[in-house]
Design a protein around this ligand. Structure first.
Ligand SMILES: O=P(O)(O)OC[C@H]1O[C@H](O[C@H]2O[C@H](CO)[C@@H](O)[C@H](O)[C@H]2O)[C@H](O)[C@@H](O)[C@@H]1O
Length: 442
């Protein structure tokens, strides 16, 4: 067979033959030789081979298709070129020549190495965003103004920013098939945050109601998977909002958990409350906080039993720093407390080492899943305190940490959903998928 081009992976090769057909030979342990003919794949350029997977740019529309061990396809964005590493892929976007990388378990690489691998020479001036193409005569004048063949990596507009975020944190809806493929023979255990995840963020914390559709979706999911609600609210309050009896509740950021009785215990031991001894001190600090914020219009306290939330969403912007300073200095003088921050809220909580990640582990253990090899925790949350749970899943290297955000954020979640309506769609799809799987085996 005569070949026009050839690329080599770790243990396989692919290339385009003289009749413009893509052919792959070598190790096929992860399906890297199984060219996805049904995905509109036909390459003019842009074929890159990794360890057990390949990605190519579609000739028809510039989007990317990958197959083998990493099979995320990028449908939303057009690319000029791609490179792959052992388990990640980076592409140069057509829209603004920005570089985006993806792969749920992407190893962090130096962006300079990636740019170099893609054919760019890095300008060593202080203007960090300017790069020069590697081709043509060397003319590194450092100003990157678009003359002399240099290119400027412009700041992407909002849409491009979001698209770039989506590549690094694929939408769990778009990645649904690969999520269920991974989950097919395993036990998925679902964890859901409340505010900003199951209910939209609203000004009045007492009015953060969950829709009837969302309640129905959570009920459906809980029919097929063990499901827990993990919230910063008090357990009683979040249960009042959710109103479901087929889910477990962890309130106060996991400091108050009502889990099923452990398999090895005959009687239900009641709620797990590792900060119980702090209750008198929490009442004290609550009174002090009330005094501290009394004169700040719009500020309000919320008693979440094992933590106190100080809300400033309705405080005038000019007064917010004053409020924060006052609360911070009060907490600094009380070593038995620590402060965390959420969405326009300061959360005063006991300084014990216990967070939503510990709650996730505790629930897995009481559900009898902690040592099981085939368990995949799926956690959906929108706030900074949810990062502790994402971290636990990332540490297990298996499961689905999903952040709810409509803007790019610093997170260790692997997947994203835009807002609670995306969460609703995802939960409905998850329940439907499991229902159809279950009926096949009946
Ligand atoms: O862990 P979560 O369930 O997400 O709880 C975190 C905080 O959520 C609530 O506050 C947030 O939602 C409110 C209602 O939409 C909004 O007004 C507030 O600005 C948000 O921070 C809850 O009221 C807090 O007590 C929780 O700490």
């Amino acid at each position: 067979m005569s070949m026009d081009s050839i690329e080599a992976g770790v243990s396989h090769v692919c290339g385009v033959n003289s009749v413009v057909e893509l052919v792959c030979k070598g190790n096929n342990s992860t399906g890297q030789l199984n060219i996805p003919l049904n995905k509109g794949l036909s390459f003019a350029s842009g074929l890159a081979l990794g360890d057990g997977f390949n990605c190519g740019i579609r000739r028809s529309n510039g989007t990317i298709v990958c197959w083998g061990s990493m099979n995320e396809s990028i449908e939303e964005i057009k690319f000029e070129s791609i490179v792959v590493g052992l388990n990640f892929t980076c592409g140069l976007t057509t829209m603004n020549l920005s570089i985006v990388c993806w792969g749920p378990r992407m190893i962090k690489r130096s962006s300079a190495k990636i740019k170099h691998a893609m054919g760019f020479k890095i300008s060593h001036s202080n203007k960090q965003k300017k790069v020069k193409p590697f081709y043509g005569p060397e003319n590194d004048d450092g100003d990157g103004d678009g003359t002399n063949g240099s290119l400027t990596l412009i700041s992407p507009p909002d849409d491009a920013c979001y698209a770039s975020w989506l590549i690094q944190h694929p939408s769990a809806l778009n990645a649904f098939d690969s999520i269920t493929k991974e989950a097919k023979w395993k036990k998925v255990v679902v964890f859901l945050d409340y505010d900003g995840t199951l209910s939209p963020i609203v000004d009045d914390p007492d009015k953060a109601f969950m829709s009837a559709e969302m309640r129905m979706a959570v009920r459906e999911v809980a029919k097929y998977f063990p499901t827990s609600i993990v919230s910063g609210r008090s357990r009683e309050k979040v249960k009042e909002f959710v109103q479901l009896s087929n889910v477990y509740y962890a309130g106060s950021h996991g400091l108050d958990i009502l889990a099923p009785p452990r398999a090895d215990k005959k009687v239900n031991e009641g709620a797990f409350q590792p900060a119980k001894l702090y209750l008198p001190a929490i009442q004290e600090i609550s009174i002090e906080l009330e005094d501290t914020i009394r004169d700040i219009q719009g500020a309000r306290l919320e008693d979440n039993k094992f933590c106190i939330s100080v809300h400033y969403r309705q405080v005038q912007p000019k007064d917010r720093e004053i409020l924060k300073e006052r609360v911070k200095s009060l907490v600094e003088n009380r070593p038995e407390f620590r402060l965390t921050e959420g969405k326009m809220v300061l959360e005063v909580r006991p300084s014990i080492e216990w967070n939503k990640g510990d709650a996730l582990n505790y629930l897995l253990e009481t559900l009898g899943f902690n040592n099981a090899k085939d368990v995949l925790p799926l956690y959906i949350g929108d706030d900074r305190t949810d990062e502790d749970a994402f971290k636990v899943i990332a540490g297990r290297r298996e499961g689905f940490p999903i952040i709810v955000s409509s803007i790019p954020r610093d997170t260790i979640a692997w997947y994203s959903l835009r807002d609670p309506s995306d969460v609703l769609a995802f939960l409905l799809r998850l329940a439907k998928w499991k229902k159809s799987e279950t009926s096949i085996f009946k």
